[in-house]
Design a protein around this ligand. Sequence first.
Ligand SMILES: Cc1cc2nc3c(=O)[nH]c(=O)nc-3n(C[C@H](O)[C@H](O)[C@H](O)COP(=O)(O)OP(=O)(O)OC[C@H]3O[C@@H](n4cnc5c(N)ncnc54)[C@H](O)[C@@H]3O)c2cc1C
Length: 164
Amino acid sequence: MIWTKVRAGLQYRVISRATIVQEKAVRGVAFTTLDVDTPVFMTYLMDRLREAGVSIVRGCVLHINQLIEGGVYPFTGEGRPKTPDAIVCCPGLGARTLGGVEDKDVYPVRGQTALLRAPWVRFGIGKSSNKGEGFWTYIIPRRSGDVRWFSLRLDSWRILISLC
Ligand SMILES: Cc1cc2nc3c(=O)[nH]c(=O)nc-3n(C[C@H](O)[C@H](O)[C@H](O)COP(=O)(O)OP(=O)(O)OC[C@H]3O[C@@H](n4cnc5c(N)ncnc54)[C@H](O)[C@@H]3O)c2cc1C
């Protein structure tokens, strides 16, 4: 319901070539959208789960059969092994190696993030390559006055900080 109300106020327009600031850019769009401050939102969601009595168990799963056969028992040692009614498996990049899943089509999106204190920035701006390099960089302001700078590169396993 909230989304329906918000969507009515969202805008999207293509920026004409003549007014694009970036010299080499071939096209641009301007839009308004929703942005979620994820650390705040994730904490809120976790609190709601706890309030609803959900228990969180952390463990490293080597093969999905561990869960199918024993549920969380192998990780808690409490109660008895029990086949769960359902398993929702969302291992992200771990899907490449998780036994029983092994999805080799999954690849990393390498991201670098910096938080800047810049309350005067009230809109985001982004830039991406359409030449297959899979490069994307943008800034997004938060309500707190912080601005997130991100730089993303597709299918990169580098773990060291770099300028691109
Ligand atoms: C730099 C960067 C910035 C981003 N910023 C935003 C943003 O501002 N807002 C936004 O909405 N999205 C953002 N994203 C995208 C967002 O982070 C991902 O879309 C999201 O995290 C995917 O969630 P997921 O639960 O599918 O996977 P993940 O977050 O990767 O979670 C997978 C989980 O599974 C666990 N796991 C994997 N294998 C195993 C195993 N064998 N046993 C046990 N556990 C396992 C991992 O430890 C991990 O906790 C960003 C991404 C990047 C790279």
